[in-house]
Ligand binder design. Sequence first.
Ligand code: ZN
Length: 147
Amino acid sequence: MLQFAVEVLKVKHVIVCGHYGCGGVRAALSGKRHGLIDHWLAPIRCLYEDDVEHFDRILDFEARLNAVCEANVLVQVRAVAANPFVLDAWARGQKLAIHGWIYSIKDGLIRDLQASVSGRKDAARLRVRTAALPKPAPPRASESADG
Ligand SMILES: [Zn+2]
């Protein structure tokens, strides 16, 4: 599919679109066993556990779930950007961008995760942390110069 789109149709944009409140991500975060689908959930579980302290700073479960949904889109963007057919296209100088979007069933809106990749260098720069995650705490007042 991707090979046909890139090599024959020469598409210029590939969109990876996830969605908030994803039942698959929710199941992966629950830590319970679900049977065979655990094989598909394992990479999401890994993504969460690789940065568990970061994600667990988000106390509201739904917000944490959505942060993992966003991070999962970025992981998929990286996976597409590492695909051999995509790498070949870039090596040929073909114009091709991979975009990470996420859809909310609640408000019907699609959000651009600002994680577009249009070459190998972009792909290397892409990090899985997203805007939905809490920013580091600002320096305490006692540490500031005028404090
Ligand atoms: Zn889903």
